[in-house]
Ligand binder design. Structure first.
Ligand code: GLU
Length: 482
Protein backbone atom coordinates (compact mmCIF):
# COMPACT_ATOMS: atom_id res chain seq x y z
CA UNK A 1 0.00 0.00 0.00
CA UNK A 2 1.47 3.31 -0.93
CA UNK A 3 2.17 5.76 1.85
CA UNK A 4 -0.18 8.70 2.35
CA UNK A 5 0.53 11.19 5.11
CA UNK A 6 -0.97 14.50 6.05
CA UNK A 7 0.03 17.69 7.81
CA UNK A 8 -3.12 19.07 9.39
CA UNK A 9 -2.56 22.42 11.07
CA UNK A 10 -5.40 24.40 12.56
CA UNK A 11 -5.30 27.96 11.19
CA UNK A 12 -5.48 29.42 14.69
CA UNK A 13 -2.00 30.91 14.62
CA UNK A 14 1.00 31.58 12.38
CA UNK A 15 3.08 28.59 11.29
CA UNK A 16 5.00 27.62 14.43
CA UNK A 17 8.52 26.22 14.26
CA UNK A 18 7.34 23.04 16.02
CA UNK A 19 4.55 22.59 13.48
CA UNK A 20 7.05 23.19 10.69
CA UNK A 21 9.12 20.30 12.02
CA UNK A 22 5.99 18.09 12.02
CA UNK A 23 5.36 19.10 8.40
CA UNK A 24 8.99 18.42 7.51
CA UNK A 25 8.96 14.90 8.99
CA UNK A 26 5.73 14.13 7.13
CA UNK A 27 7.29 15.47 3.95
CA UNK A 28 10.55 13.54 4.39
CA UNK A 29 8.68 10.34 5.12
CA UNK A 30 6.44 10.74 2.06
CA UNK A 31 9.40 11.48 -0.19
CA UNK A 32 11.50 8.66 1.29
CA UNK A 33 8.68 6.18 0.69
CA UNK A 34 7.59 7.49 -2.69
CA UNK A 35 4.28 8.38 -1.05
CA UNK A 36 1.87 11.28 -1.05
CA UNK A 37 2.11 14.32 1.23
CA UNK A 38 -1.25 15.98 1.91
CA UNK A 39 -2.04 19.37 3.45
CA UNK A 40 -5.32 19.62 5.31
CA UNK A 41 -6.97 22.58 6.99
CA UNK A 42 -8.37 21.68 10.41
CA UNK A 43 -10.47 24.82 10.65
CA UNK A 44 -13.43 23.70 12.74
CA UNK A 45 -12.57 26.15 15.52
CA UNK A 46 -14.31 28.97 13.69
CA UNK A 47 -13.87 31.46 16.52
CA UNK A 48 -10.07 31.21 16.48
CA UNK A 49 -9.38 30.36 12.83
CA UNK A 50 -8.59 33.04 10.28
CA UNK A 51 -7.66 33.32 6.63
CA UNK A 52 -4.60 35.33 7.61
CA UNK A 53 -3.23 32.41 9.61
CA UNK A 54 -4.15 29.97 6.85
CA UNK A 55 -2.29 32.07 4.28
CA UNK A 56 0.72 32.34 6.56
CA UNK A 57 0.88 28.56 6.95
CA UNK A 58 0.76 28.00 3.17
CA UNK A 59 3.24 30.74 2.45
CA UNK A 60 5.82 29.41 4.86
CA UNK A 61 5.42 25.77 3.90
CA UNK A 62 6.13 26.89 0.34
CA UNK A 63 9.03 29.05 1.48
CA UNK A 64 10.51 25.98 3.16
CA UNK A 65 9.96 24.04 -0.05
CA UNK A 66 7.65 21.51 1.60
CA UNK A 67 5.38 21.24 -1.41
CA UNK A 68 2.34 19.07 -0.90
CA UNK A 69 0.97 16.69 -3.53
CA UNK A 70 -2.68 16.85 -2.63
CA UNK A 71 -4.76 19.02 -0.41
CA UNK A 72 -5.66 22.53 0.55
CA UNK A 73 -5.05 25.23 -2.00
CA UNK A 74 -4.20 22.94 -4.91
CA UNK A 75 -7.60 22.70 -6.60
CA UNK A 76 -8.70 19.29 -7.82
CA UNK A 77 -11.39 17.19 -6.19
CA UNK A 78 -12.05 18.12 -2.58
CA UNK A 79 -11.03 21.24 -0.72
CA UNK A 80 -9.32 19.42 2.17
CA UNK A 81 -10.88 22.02 4.40
CA UNK A 82 -12.88 20.66 7.31
CA UNK A 83 -15.36 23.52 7.39
CA UNK A 84 -16.52 22.37 3.92
CA UNK A 85 -17.29 18.88 5.18
CA UNK A 86 -19.78 19.32 8.03
CA UNK A 87 -22.37 17.30 6.15
CA UNK A 88 -20.01 14.38 5.79
CA UNK A 89 -19.18 14.40 9.51
CA UNK A 90 -22.84 14.60 10.48
CA UNK A 91 -23.58 11.71 8.14
CA UNK A 92 -20.88 9.54 9.76
CA UNK A 93 -22.18 10.47 13.23
CA UNK A 94 -25.70 9.43 12.18
CA UNK A 95 -24.39 6.13 10.82
CA UNK A 96 -22.55 5.46 14.05
CA UNK A 97 -25.74 6.15 16.05
CA UNK A 98 -27.57 3.83 13.69
CA UNK A 99 -25.07 1.02 14.24
CA UNK A 100 -25.06 1.54 18.01
CA UNK A 101 -21.43 2.68 18.11
CA UNK A 102 -22.57 6.14 19.19
CA UNK A 103 -25.61 7.66 20.87
CA UNK A 104 -27.50 10.90 21.35
CA UNK A 105 -26.55 12.25 24.73
CA UNK A 106 -28.68 14.54 26.84
CA UNK A 107 -26.57 14.68 29.96
CA UNK A 108 -26.04 18.25 31.20
CA UNK A 109 -22.69 19.69 32.32
CA UNK A 110 -23.96 19.76 35.94
CA UNK A 111 -24.96 16.10 35.78
CA UNK A 112 -21.55 15.24 34.35
CA UNK A 113 -19.78 17.10 37.17
CA UNK A 114 -21.88 15.21 39.69
CA UNK A 115 -21.06 11.91 37.96
CA UNK A 116 -17.35 12.59 38.20
CA UNK A 117 -17.56 13.69 41.81
CA UNK A 118 -19.53 10.61 42.80
CA UNK A 119 -17.02 8.38 41.00
CA UNK A 120 -14.15 9.95 42.89
CA UNK A 121 -15.93 9.48 46.20
CA UNK A 122 -16.72 5.87 45.35
CA UNK A 123 -13.19 5.26 44.08
CA UNK A 124 -14.38 4.27 40.60
CA UNK A 125 -13.26 5.66 37.23
CA UNK A 126 -14.52 9.20 36.53
CA UNK A 127 -14.66 8.45 32.79
CA UNK A 128 -18.25 9.01 31.68
CA UNK A 129 -19.84 5.74 30.54
CA UNK A 130 -23.26 6.86 29.35
CA UNK A 131 -25.05 5.62 32.42
CA UNK A 132 -27.08 8.84 32.82
CA UNK A 133 -28.71 8.56 29.38
CA UNK A 134 -32.26 7.51 28.55
CA UNK A 135 -33.02 4.16 26.88
CA UNK A 136 -32.16 4.17 23.12
CA UNK A 137 -35.82 4.27 22.06
CA UNK A 138 -36.52 7.29 24.25
CA UNK A 139 -33.30 8.99 23.21
CA UNK A 140 -34.32 8.60 19.56
CA UNK A 141 -37.77 10.05 20.28
CA UNK A 142 -36.42 13.06 22.19
CA UNK A 143 -33.87 13.75 19.48
CA UNK A 144 -36.43 13.58 16.69
CA UNK A 145 -38.67 15.95 18.63
CA UNK A 146 -35.91 18.51 18.40
CA UNK A 147 -34.43 18.34 21.88
CA UNK A 148 -30.83 19.53 21.95
CA UNK A 149 -28.38 16.62 22.09
CA UNK A 150 -24.75 15.90 21.37
CA UNK A 151 -23.54 12.62 19.88
CA UNK A 152 -21.15 10.60 22.02
CA UNK A 153 -19.04 7.64 21.02
CA UNK A 154 -19.80 4.50 23.05
CA UNK A 155 -16.41 3.34 24.32
CA UNK A 156 -16.61 -0.45 24.68
CA UNK A 157 -16.07 -1.46 28.33
CA UNK A 158 -14.35 -3.49 29.57
CA UNK A 159 -11.63 -3.31 26.99
CA UNK A 160 -8.43 -1.64 25.97
CA UNK A 161 -6.85 -0.14 22.89
CA UNK A 162 -3.35 -1.28 22.16
CA UNK A 163 -1.14 0.03 19.39
CA UNK A 164 2.51 0.38 18.56
CA UNK A 165 3.60 3.94 18.10
CA UNK A 166 6.51 4.10 15.67
CA UNK A 167 8.36 6.57 17.89
CA UNK A 168 7.13 5.69 21.37
CA UNK A 169 6.71 1.94 21.19
CA UNK A 170 3.84 -0.10 22.66
CA UNK A 171 0.91 1.92 23.97
CA UNK A 172 -1.98 0.60 26.04
CA UNK A 173 -5.09 2.55 27.01
CA UNK A 174 -7.67 1.03 29.37
CA UNK A 175 -11.14 1.93 28.14
CA UNK A 176 -12.29 2.27 31.74
CA UNK A 177 -10.27 5.51 31.79
CA UNK A 178 -11.63 6.91 28.51
CA UNK A 179 -14.83 9.02 28.47
CA UNK A 180 -17.63 8.33 26.06
CA UNK A 181 -16.37 11.32 24.10
CA UNK A 182 -18.43 13.82 22.15
CA UNK A 183 -18.11 13.50 18.37
CA UNK A 184 -20.86 15.89 17.24
CA UNK A 185 -21.89 19.05 19.06
CA UNK A 186 -25.52 19.99 19.55
CA UNK A 187 -25.25 22.59 16.77
CA UNK A 188 -24.15 19.88 14.33
CA UNK A 189 -20.46 20.77 14.27
CA UNK A 190 -17.96 17.93 14.63
CA UNK A 191 -15.35 17.73 17.35
CA UNK A 192 -11.67 17.41 16.46
CA UNK A 193 -11.83 13.64 17.08
CA UNK A 194 -14.60 13.06 14.56
CA UNK A 195 -13.41 15.45 11.85
CA UNK A 196 -9.80 14.28 12.05
CA UNK A 197 -10.69 10.59 12.00
CA UNK A 198 -13.24 10.83 9.20
CA UNK A 199 -10.72 12.73 7.10
CA UNK A 200 -7.93 10.28 7.85
CA UNK A 201 -10.21 7.42 6.77
CA UNK A 202 -11.69 9.19 3.73
CA UNK A 203 -8.31 10.38 2.45
CA UNK A 204 -6.72 6.96 2.95
CA UNK A 205 -4.07 8.16 5.38
CA UNK A 206 -1.63 5.34 6.14
CA UNK A 207 0.60 7.08 8.71
CA UNK A 208 -0.38 9.79 11.17
CA UNK A 209 2.74 11.72 12.18
CA UNK A 210 1.93 14.44 14.71
CA UNK A 211 2.88 15.99 18.03
CA UNK A 212 2.98 14.04 21.25
CA UNK A 213 0.34 16.38 22.71
CA UNK A 214 -2.21 14.42 20.66
CA UNK A 215 -1.17 10.99 21.92
CA UNK A 216 -4.11 10.65 24.31
CA UNK A 217 -6.51 11.28 21.40
CA UNK A 218 -5.20 8.32 19.47
CA UNK A 219 -7.15 5.52 21.20
CA UNK A 220 -10.30 7.50 20.45
CA UNK A 221 -9.32 7.82 16.82
CA UNK A 222 -8.55 4.12 16.56
CA UNK A 223 -11.92 3.21 18.11
CA UNK A 224 -13.72 5.59 15.76
CA UNK A 225 -11.88 4.28 12.73
CA UNK A 226 -12.78 0.71 13.57
CA UNK A 227 -16.42 1.65 14.16
CA UNK A 228 -16.45 3.26 10.70
CA UNK A 229 -15.14 0.00 9.24
CA UNK A 230 -11.78 1.55 8.42
CA UNK A 231 -8.24 0.33 9.02
CA UNK A 232 -6.41 2.43 11.62
CA UNK A 233 -3.31 4.23 10.41
CA UNK A 234 0.13 3.65 11.83
CA UNK A 235 0.83 6.36 14.39
CA UNK A 236 4.03 8.25 15.14
CA UNK A 237 3.94 10.86 17.90
CA UNK A 238 6.79 13.34 17.83
CA UNK A 239 8.46 14.64 20.96
CA UNK A 240 7.76 18.25 21.78
CA UNK A 241 10.19 21.11 21.39
CA UNK A 242 11.67 22.75 24.47
CA UNK A 243 13.42 26.05 25.06
CA UNK A 244 17.03 25.98 26.33
CA UNK A 245 15.65 26.05 29.91
CA UNK A 246 13.90 22.70 29.41
CA UNK A 247 10.40 24.21 29.41
CA UNK A 248 7.91 23.82 26.58
CA UNK A 249 8.93 26.11 23.69
CA UNK A 250 6.95 29.32 23.85
CA UNK A 251 7.20 33.00 23.02
CA UNK A 252 9.16 33.51 26.23
CA UNK A 253 12.08 31.80 24.51
CA UNK A 254 11.98 34.12 21.51
CA UNK A 255 10.29 33.93 18.14
CA UNK A 256 8.23 30.82 17.47
CA UNK A 257 6.60 31.93 14.19
CA UNK A 258 8.38 30.80 11.04
CA UNK A 259 7.74 34.25 9.52
CA UNK A 260 10.12 35.79 12.05
CA UNK A 261 12.96 33.54 10.90
CA UNK A 262 12.31 34.27 7.27
CA UNK A 263 12.27 38.01 7.95
CA UNK A 264 15.42 37.79 10.03
CA UNK A 265 17.28 36.44 7.01
CA UNK A 266 17.51 32.70 7.61
CA UNK A 267 17.74 30.47 4.56
CA UNK A 268 14.98 27.88 4.18
CA UNK A 269 17.53 25.13 3.51
CA UNK A 270 19.28 25.91 6.80
CA UNK A 271 15.98 26.02 8.70
CA UNK A 272 14.94 22.64 7.28
CA UNK A 273 18.29 21.12 8.12
CA UNK A 274 18.16 22.53 11.64
CA UNK A 275 14.56 21.42 12.28
CA UNK A 276 15.28 17.93 10.98
CA UNK A 277 17.98 17.50 13.60
CA UNK A 278 15.57 18.25 16.46
CA UNK A 279 14.89 14.66 17.35
CA UNK A 280 16.71 12.86 14.56
CA UNK A 281 20.36 12.10 13.87
CA UNK A 282 20.28 12.73 10.18
CA UNK A 283 23.80 11.57 9.60
CA UNK A 284 25.96 8.75 10.90
CA UNK A 285 29.23 10.60 10.74
CA UNK A 286 28.38 13.47 13.07
CA UNK A 287 28.11 15.89 10.21
CA UNK A 288 25.11 18.04 11.03
CA UNK A 289 24.96 19.68 7.63
CA UNK A 290 22.79 17.45 5.47
CA UNK A 291 21.07 18.35 2.22
CA UNK A 292 17.39 17.76 1.67
CA UNK A 293 18.21 15.02 -0.84
CA UNK A 294 20.37 13.21 1.71
CA UNK A 295 17.75 13.65 4.41
CA UNK A 296 15.18 12.05 2.14
CA UNK A 297 17.56 9.22 1.34
CA UNK A 298 18.23 8.56 5.02
CA UNK A 299 14.89 9.31 6.63
CA UNK A 300 13.64 6.64 9.00
CA UNK A 301 10.53 7.28 11.07
CA UNK A 302 11.60 4.59 13.53
CA UNK A 303 14.86 6.39 14.23
CA UNK A 304 13.22 9.52 15.64
CA UNK A 305 13.95 10.20 19.28
CA UNK A 306 11.22 10.09 21.89
CA UNK A 307 13.08 12.61 24.05
CA UNK A 308 12.14 16.27 23.89
CA UNK A 309 14.43 18.32 21.65
CA UNK A 310 15.82 21.73 22.51
CA UNK A 311 15.23 24.54 20.04
CA UNK A 312 18.37 26.61 20.29
CA UNK A 313 18.74 29.64 18.03
CA UNK A 314 22.53 29.65 18.53
CA UNK A 315 22.80 26.35 16.72
CA UNK A 316 20.42 27.63 14.06
CA UNK A 317 22.61 30.72 13.60
CA UNK A 318 25.64 28.53 13.17
CA UNK A 319 23.84 26.32 10.69
CA UNK A 320 22.64 29.34 8.74
CA UNK A 321 26.20 30.69 8.57
CA UNK A 322 27.31 27.38 7.06
CA UNK A 323 24.62 27.56 4.39
CA UNK A 324 25.46 31.18 3.61
CA UNK A 325 29.15 30.34 3.16
CA UNK A 326 28.15 27.53 0.82
CA UNK A 327 26.11 29.83 -1.43
CA UNK A 328 27.82 30.63 -4.68
CA UNK A 329 28.72 34.28 -5.09
CA UNK A 330 26.03 35.01 -7.67
CA UNK A 331 23.28 33.58 -5.46
CA UNK A 332 24.63 35.53 -2.53
CA UNK A 333 24.55 38.80 -4.46
CA UNK A 334 21.05 38.09 -5.73
CA UNK A 335 19.80 37.42 -2.20
CA UNK A 336 21.41 40.36 -0.49
CA UNK A 337 21.31 43.12 -3.09
CA UNK A 338 17.61 44.00 -2.56
CA UNK A 339 18.17 44.52 1.16
CA UNK A 340 21.29 46.58 0.53
CA UNK A 341 19.45 48.78 -1.96
CA UNK A 342 16.53 49.15 0.44
CA UNK A 343 18.87 50.25 3.20
CA UNK A 344 20.58 52.73 0.87
CA UNK A 345 17.30 53.99 -0.47
CA UNK A 346 18.58 53.75 -4.05
CA UNK A 347 19.78 51.25 -6.64
CA UNK A 348 23.43 50.41 -7.05
CA UNK A 349 25.07 51.27 -10.35
CA UNK A 350 26.55 48.44 -12.40
CA UNK A 351 29.99 49.54 -11.31
CA UNK A 352 28.94 49.48 -7.65
CA UNK A 353 27.47 46.01 -8.01
CA UNK A 354 30.87 44.93 -9.32
CA UNK A 355 32.53 46.43 -6.26
CA UNK A 356 30.08 44.64 -4.01
CA UNK A 357 30.74 41.39 -5.82
CA UNK A 358 34.48 41.78 -5.20
CA UNK A 359 33.82 41.78 -1.48
CA UNK A 360 31.42 38.84 -1.42
CA UNK A 361 33.95 36.12 -0.52
CA UNK A 362 35.02 38.16 2.52
CA UNK A 363 31.56 39.19 3.61
CA UNK A 364 30.20 35.65 3.35
CA UNK A 365 32.66 34.48 5.98
CA UNK A 366 31.26 36.94 8.50
CA UNK A 367 27.55 36.51 7.94
CA UNK A 368 25.14 34.46 10.02
CA UNK A 369 21.91 36.00 8.78
CA UNK A 370 21.43 37.87 5.52
CA UNK A 371 20.55 41.36 6.84
CA UNK A 372 24.00 41.51 8.43
CA UNK A 373 25.37 41.92 4.92
CA UNK A 374 24.09 45.41 4.29
CA UNK A 375 25.19 46.45 7.78
CA UNK A 376 28.71 45.40 6.88
CA UNK A 377 28.99 47.06 3.49
CA UNK A 378 26.72 50.13 3.60
CA UNK A 379 29.67 52.40 4.39
CA UNK A 380 31.14 51.63 0.99
CA UNK A 381 28.17 52.99 -0.90
CA UNK A 382 27.14 56.08 1.00
CA UNK A 383 28.84 58.96 2.79
CA UNK A 384 29.69 58.32 6.42
CA UNK A 385 27.09 59.84 8.65
CA UNK A 386 29.16 59.92 11.80
CA UNK A 387 31.05 57.42 13.89
CA UNK A 388 29.91 54.74 16.29
CA UNK A 389 30.43 56.35 19.67
CA UNK A 390 31.92 53.38 21.48
CA UNK A 391 34.28 52.65 18.58
CA UNK A 392 35.41 56.25 18.49
CA UNK A 393 36.14 56.35 22.22
CA UNK A 394 38.00 53.11 22.14
CA UNK A 395 40.38 53.71 19.25
CA UNK A 396 40.36 57.42 18.41
CA UNK A 397 40.90 58.74 21.89
CA UNK A 398 44.34 57.16 22.03
CA UNK A 399 47.76 58.72 21.44
CA UNK A 400 48.32 56.44 18.43
CA UNK A 401 45.27 57.53 16.45
CA UNK A 402 46.65 60.78 15.05
CA UNK A 403 49.99 59.17 14.25
CA UNK A 404 48.26 56.33 12.37
CA UNK A 405 45.96 58.64 10.43
CA UNK A 406 48.74 61.01 9.41
CA UNK A 407 50.96 58.07 8.46
CA UNK A 408 48.20 56.46 6.39
CA UNK A 409 47.34 59.68 4.56
CA UNK A 410 50.94 60.08 3.60
CA UNK A 411 51.44 56.45 2.61
CA UNK A 412 48.29 56.22 0.49
CA UNK A 413 47.99 59.62 -1.20
CA UNK A 414 50.15 58.73 -4.18
CA UNK A 415 49.84 54.97 -4.03
CA UNK A 416 49.69 53.38 -7.44
CA UNK A 417 48.32 50.89 -8.34
CA UNK A 418 45.41 51.02 -5.90
CA UNK A 419 45.16 47.33 -5.12
CA UNK A 420 44.65 45.36 -1.94
CA UNK A 421 48.20 44.12 -2.16
CA UNK A 422 49.71 47.56 -2.60
CA UNK A 423 47.59 49.03 0.19
CA UNK A 424 48.59 46.17 2.45
CA UNK A 425 52.31 46.78 1.72
CA UNK A 426 52.14 50.57 2.11
CA UNK A 427 50.27 50.44 5.40
CA UNK A 428 52.49 47.76 6.89
CA UNK A 429 55.56 49.81 6.03
CA UNK A 430 53.90 52.79 7.69
CA UNK A 431 53.20 50.75 10.87
CA UNK A 432 56.77 49.70 11.02
CA UNK A 433 58.30 53.12 10.52
CA UNK A 434 55.90 54.66 13.10
CA UNK A 435 56.48 51.80 15.55
CA UNK A 436 52.76 50.93 15.75
CA UNK A 437 51.23 47.51 16.32
CA UNK A 438 48.69 46.35 13.72
CA UNK A 439 45.88 46.65 16.25
CA UNK A 440 46.72 50.14 17.47
CA UNK A 441 47.66 51.41 14.02
CA UNK A 442 44.90 49.95 11.83
CA UNK A 443 41.82 50.25 14.03
CA UNK A 444 41.76 54.08 13.74
CA UNK A 445 41.82 53.72 9.95
CA UNK A 446 38.94 51.29 10.10
CA UNK A 447 36.84 53.65 12.21
CA UNK A 448 37.77 56.57 9.96
CA UNK A 449 36.55 54.88 6.78
CA UNK A 450 33.70 52.68 8.02
CA UNK A 451 32.50 54.48 11.14
CA UNK A 452 33.04 51.50 13.43
CA UNK A 453 35.52 48.88 14.53
CA UNK A 454 33.46 46.14 12.89
CA UNK A 455 33.80 45.92 9.11
CA UNK A 456 35.02 43.54 6.43
CA UNK A 457 38.81 43.20 6.11
CA UNK A 458 40.38 46.64 5.90
CA UNK A 459 42.69 46.50 2.87
CA UNK A 460 40.06 44.98 0.60
CA UNK A 461 37.52 47.52 1.83
CA UNK A 462 39.88 50.39 0.99
CA UNK A 463 40.43 49.04 -2.49
CA UNK A 464 36.68 48.91 -3.03
CA UNK A 465 36.18 52.36 -1.57
CA UNK A 466 38.75 53.90 -3.93
CA UNK A 467 41.69 56.18 -3.25
CA UNK A 468 39.99 59.56 -3.29
CA UNK A 469 37.21 58.56 -0.94
CA UNK A 470 39.64 56.76 1.38
CA UNK A 471 41.88 59.79 1.68
CA UNK A 472 38.89 62.09 2.17
CA UNK A 473 37.60 59.95 5.03
CA UNK A 474 41.01 59.68 6.67
CA UNK A 475 41.34 63.46 6.53
CA UNK A 476 37.87 64.03 7.91
CA UNK A 477 38.56 61.79 10.89
CA UNK A 478 41.94 63.44 11.42
CA UNK A 479 40.24 66.85 11.49
CA UNK A 480 37.83 65.59 14.18
CA UNK A 481 40.82 64.73 16.35
CA UNK A 482 42.12 68.30 16.04
N1 GLU B 1 -5.17 20.17 13.81
C1 GLU B 1 -4.35 19.63 14.84
C2 GLU B 1 -3.41 20.67 15.37
O1 GLU B 1 -3.18 21.68 14.70
C3 GLU B 1 -3.53 18.44 14.39
C4 GLU B 1 -4.39 17.32 14.10
C5 GLU B 1 -3.72 16.02 13.79
O2 GLU B 1 -2.55 16.02 13.34
O3 GLU B 1 -4.36 15.03 14.00
O4 GLU B 1 -2.90 20.53 16.45
Amino acid sequence: MSVRVRFAPSPTGFLHVGAARTALYNYLFARAEGGVFILRSDDTDTARSSQEYQDDILEHLRWLGLEWDEGYGLGGPGTFRQSDRYERYAQVAAELVESGAAYYSFVTPDQLDQFKQDARTAGTSPAYDGSLEPEPAEAGRRQSEGESAVVRFRVPRPGETVFTDVVRGDMRFEHAQVDDFVILRSDGRPTYHLASTVDDVDYGITHVIRGEDLLSSTPKHILLTEAMGGVPATYAHLSLLMGPDGKKLSKRHGDTAMAAYREAGYLPEAVNNYLALLGWSASEDDDDVVSMADMIARFDLGALSRNPAVFDTKKLDWMNGVYIRNLDDEAFVAMTLPDLERSLGRSLSAEEVERFRDLVPLVKERTKVLPEVSEQVLFLFRPLDGYDEASWEKVMETPEAAVALDGAIEALTDLDPWTTEAIDGALRDMLESEGLSARKGLQPLRVAVSGSTVSPPLFESLEVLGRDETIARLRAARAELA
